[in-house]
Design a protein around this ligand. Structure first.
Ligand code: BTN
Length: 325
């Protein structure tokens, strides 16, 4: 349910710099002016700032550098995704919190987000750098009605949603997908996706889709060993990107493409994925648990498996691997 604070922020954001009076807010939300005044004080304590124009009302002049549930909700256009948001200042990993919430019955589309992660998890048990307030560190809980063998495709569904959300907000930078789950700009990684599952026999209880987007790091904010391979939206686009807007846009795309995949299967997603990929048509070095080989990426299957043709003509289907372009 949207709280009164969320409604006030949404109204002030929508007024585009025009003053909104306390009386107007009180009438619209059917509460007293004193109640509105108390909410304004709480919002100020949370980092919002307002100019109070005599006889006219409040103008929103600043939002906190945090990403609050209220700010995200003010931008949301979804039906389910992000209707429940668990917002934290610091956690070990949003994946861990999401696992617990999912076990306690959190509903489809619930979002866990934190300003900082002290033990962010990457793929293949790698750590994920999650510097305070410099990125988007979130997990979405999904409860899709599909069998567990269709779970891996959600990583590719998510990559399509991320790329489209970024394309909507970025003007200069051109994000592209690197199989299976990285989003790159100019060949450097700006986003990682980690899909974890809770399943019982042949039923998915929950999918935990972890998304990490580097938003405003400078080069020096990345550890030395990542500086040549990682980037942020600010480094590529040259300006700060509004994290709340990006989260809201991402949740909208994710809601659309998750539903599309569940109802219509992978075919449409596959086409979108291939159209936005920098992997297809490239020569790759593929390292699986068993071998390393060179070949050309020729497409993905309807299961999201990468097809790589070796120089001797043999086509390999790659389920899990590290690839170098
Ligand atoms: C990867 O590319 O290795 C996947 C990185 C996934 C990082 C995100 S950040 C939010 C969520 N919480 C985590 O601990 N990991 C994922």
């Amino acid at each position: 349910m949207t709280s009164m604070k969320d409604k006030i922020v949404k109204k002030l954001l929508a007024s585009n710099g025009e003053a909104v009076s306390g009386q107007q807010l009180a009438d619209e939300f059917n509460v007293s002016r004193t109640a509105i005044w108390k909410h304004m004080k709480t919002l100020q304590e949370e980092g919002y700032s307002f100019e109070t124009i005599k006889k006219k009302g409040y103008v929103l002049t600043g939002v906190p550098n945090t990403v609050t549930a209220a700010q995200i909700k003010a931008e949301l256009q979804t039906e389910q995704f992000g209707q429940d948001i668990y917002y934290y200042d610091v956690v070990d990993s949003t994946q861990n919190i999401a696992h617990r919430l999912a076990q306690d019955g959190a509903k489809h589309g619930t979002v866990v987000i934190s300003e900082e992660q002290t033990a962010g998890k990457g793929r293949l048990m790698r750590p994920w750098e999650s510097t305070r307030q410099k990125g988007i560190w979130l997990t979405v809980i999904l409860r899709p009605d599909v069998p567990p063998h269709r779970a891996p495709q959600f990583t590719l569904v998510t990559a399509v949603a991320v790329v489209q959300a970024l394309q909507e907000l970025l003007v200069q930078a051109k994000p592209q997908i690197k199989w299976p789950n990285d989003v790159l700009i100019n060949g450097k990684k700006c986003t990682g996706i980690l899909t974890e599952m809770q399943a019982e026999s042949d039923v998915i209880q929950a999918l935990l889709i972890g998304i990490g987007i580097n938003v405003s790091q400078s080069e020096a904010d990345f550890p030395k060993e990542l500086q040549s391979i990682a980037t942020s939206l600010k480094l590529e686009e040259g300006i700060d990107i509004d994290r709340s807007k990006l989260i809201a846009t991402l949740l909208h795309k994710l809601e659309i493409y998750t539903a599309l995949y569940v109802t219509d299967g992978f075919d449409q997603i596959r086409k979108l994925w291939e159209a936005n990929s920098c992997t297809i048509g490239q020569r790759l070095e593929v390292t699986t648990a068993r071998e390393t080989f060179i070949g050309e990426a020729i497409g993905i299957t309807n299961d999201g498996v990468l097809r790589v043709q070796k120089d001797d003509g043999e086509v390999k289907e790659i389920y899990t691997a590290d690839i170098k372009i």
